[in-house]
Design a protein around this ligand. Structure first.
Ligand code: ADP
Ligand code: MG
Length: 653
């Protein structure tokens, strides 16, 4: 009997393993994970997993990997026995999935575990059984090269744990999901999954990742995959697929991220993908199959044995590579250069996509808009539709007759009495085509002149018909073949103006010179913010000069903004800068937060009435945008209500 003073005792090996098992072996799916990882580490090309009663009665994982020697077959059941890690330094060079040498002894301590294994070079294999942590003597076995591990009666000696297990159905579901992750991570391995005597799936090895994905999602979904432009950063590579925004979901079930063959859940990665889209509607999640290969020294996977967390040593490298890869892929797709251009049938295939979803068990969390195209739109706009009408050769536009450059956002400038605008400052400039609306003087500015633009598909051709407006003009209503589309003019304008401003990255934004410079008085903080923002504002088409300590002189404003009250607008804008509203976690370019703020401040005070009177013109402008579906901050610009939804509402009892 231990003396009264003795409170610390050494755990038995079995108890220590059971404690460790609590971390490693949470449920049958975690056993499957560990065993399959070992098979992958053993270079197996075929892995067969069989379970009975949700894995509680039996889990058998058989592989055709390298197998184990007689000695190893016994050693592998001892704690911290691993063939994969010998020194602390090795921890930073982990290339295998396992490295702790903990899994097998942990599993063996809470089950009856049998191993049959044989290396290719051995004439005979061996088998050993370990029950509740006690190992039987080794025996010869006439097995095929590879390893077969059978785990029976899981948690038979830890009744509390067993009690916490869910139904066989649920546990089997977890196992299937776990295997699906492995199979997506390693398309070059054939996986067979047998449940209670029935083959659930048998996916052949393939070098084509898309084919592997299709095996699980169905062809319909796989047909929408956009192959990511491979992108490398220091010690890392990004590849895989994303799906266009139209395939976004309300849940994360179509988000798969793998890091060096491990499924991970990582906020940094998901955030970067959203940013790569240039903003993403709140409440929706991009669909993706993202594969990261990172040099082992640059990532810590040793955070938790069972959890999917990782720690990147240089998270910003990861972010940049992902953003670039995703945004370049989407830009190419928008230009119609993507590797896949969904066929017409697919592009408008809302119902078929929805049914594919249902069959893969995604149910209500399915895509928000079906097919390759949201709102029944052809997703790939013609290149000339994308062309913005900002002429690089004519940085300054006429005050009286807006050139094409001014029209996209342009209410005619003649409606802006406060901003005295000079006539064209470019002497060699050919007279721009005068839009008829430009000379009209009315209480409500005339609809924007869009007729002077190059030919491109009209929304009518895209199948839109204006129906009217809602809530005193707060929303515009359209009909297309899929049903109803509601559009928020203000949100749409934010997106349009934002994208126009972003064009500044490619070519100078046309400015319009004020007839008389406007002087703006600022306080010290505002003056500081203005100085800081000067270069960005000039990039956007403002021409500014500090005038004394606290005065800002505005000489020209971007031609795409029609500003009746330059002073008020500038003050608003600079105040938003000084109050830090431009702070953004991870802007794609330093200019982006400024462009967002300029668009927001401008549109907040913009008169929407002309747009309400020209709904098709507004829609057309919006559809010309690279990402028409949301504002730069991620609020939706358009909300579809499908005919099916309408029908369902009427049929509801
Ligand atoms: P770890 O994977 O962390 O090394 P495990 O307890 O999972 O620890 O496995 C211990 C050792 O057993 C492995 O390092 C490997 O040498 C051997 N092993 C386990 N499973 C297999 C298998 N399917 N094929 C070949 N060797 C295996
Ligand atoms: Mg392992």
């Amino acid at each position: 009997m231990a003396g009264k003073d003795k409170t610390i005792c050494k755990m038995s090996e079995v108890l220590a393993s059971q404690v460790a098992a609590g971390e490693v072996v949470e449920r049958p799916a975690s056993v499957v994970k560990e065993l399959v990882e070992n098979s992958i580490d053993a270079k197996a090309k075929l892995i067969r997993v069989e379970i009975r009663r949700g894995g509680v009665s039996m889990i058998k994982v058989a592989d055709n990997g390298v197998g184990m020697s007689r000695e190893d077959a016994v050693l592998c059941l001892e704690r911290h026995a691993t063939s994969k890690l010998l020194s602390f330094e090795d921890l930073f060079e982990i290339r295998q999935l396992g490295f702790r040498g903990e899994a097998l002894p942990s599993i063996a301590s809470v089950s009856e575990l049998g191993i049959k294994t044989r290396r290719a070079q051995d004439v005979e294999g061996v088998q050993v059984v370990c029950s509740g942590g006690k190992t039987s003597p080794l025996e010869n076995s006439g097995c095929a090269p590879g390893t077969e591990i059978t785990v029976s009666n899981l948690f038979f000696n830890t009744p509390v744990r067993r009690k916490f297990l869910k139904s066989g159905e649920t546990e089997a579901g977890h196992i299937e999901h776990q295997l699906k992750l492995h199979a997506l991570a390693f398309p070059d391995i054939r996986f067979i999954f047998v449940r209670d005597g029935q083959v659930v799936f048998d996916v052949p090895a393939t070098s084509d990742l898309r084919q592997r994905i299709a095996a699980f999602t169905g062809r319909e979904v796989a047909g929408q995959l956009l192959r990511l432009r491979p992108q490398s950063g220091p010690g890392l590579r990004v590849s895989g697929f994303v799906m266009p925004l139209s395939a976004a979901r309300r849940n994360r079930r179509m988000q798969f991220v793998f890091l060096n063959g491990r499924p991970i859940e990582d906020k940094i990665v998901l955030r970067a993908v959203r940013d790569g889209f240039g903003g993403f509607p709140t409440g929706l999640h991009p669909s993706m199959f993202l594969y990261l290969e990172v040099e082992p020294g640059l990532v810590d996977v040793n955070v938790h044995p069972a959890k999917r967390e990782v720690r990147f040593r240089r998270p910003s490298d990861v972010t940049i590579a992902i953003i670039e890869s995703v945004s370049e892929t989407l830009a190419a797709y928008a230009r119609g250069e993507g590797e896949i251009a969904p066929a017409e049938g697919q592009a408008s295939g809302a119902p078929s996509n929805a049914s594919a979803d249902a069959s893969s068990g995604e149910g209500s969390g399915g895509a928000v808009a079906g097919g390759g195209a949201p709102f029944g739109l052809k997703p790939i706009l013609e290149p000339q539709q994308r062309e913005l009408q900002l002429s690089p050769r004519r940085p300054f536009v006429s005050a009286t007759a807006p050139s094409k450059g001014a029209t996209p956002c342009g209410k005619p400038e003649s409606k802006q009495p406060a901003a005295k605008l000079e006539q064209s400052v470019a002497p060699d400039m050919a007279p721009p085509p005068a839009a008829p609306a430009a000379t009209a003087v009315a209480a409500v500015p005339a609809p924007p002149a869009v007729s002077a633009e190059p030919p491109c598909a009209e929304p009518a051709q895209l199948g839109f018909r204006p129906l009217g407006s809602l809530a005193a003009g707060q929303y515009l209503l359209f009909e297309n073949k899929d049903g109803l589309v509601m559009l928020s003019p203000r949100a749409a304008r934010e997106r349009i103006v934002f994208e126009r401003l972003l064009e500044a990255n490619k070519r100078p934004i046309p400015s319009q010179r004020l007839l008389q410079p406007v002087l703006i008085e600022l306080d010290a903080r505002e003056a500081g913010a203005a100085r800081e923002a000067l270069a960005k504002l000039e990039q956007a088409g403002f021409l500014l000069s500090p005038f004394g300590q606290r005065t800002l002189r505005v000489e020209a404003v971007p031609a795409i903004l029609s500003l009746p009250k330059v002073e008020e607008f500038m003050l608003d804008l600079i105040r938003s800068f000084s109050s830090g509203e431009t702070r953004m976690k991870r802007p794609r370019t330093p200019f982006e937060p400024y462009a967002i703020q300029i668009a927001r401040s401008y549109v907040a005070r913009e008169d929407m009435r002309p747009w309400m009177q020209a709904p098709m013109a507004l829609l057309k402008e919006l559809l010309r945008c690279e990402i028409p579906y949301c504002t730069p901050a991620g609020r939706p610009t358009m909300v579809p209500v499908t005919l099916n939804e309408v029908k369902r509402k009427f049929q509801a009892q």
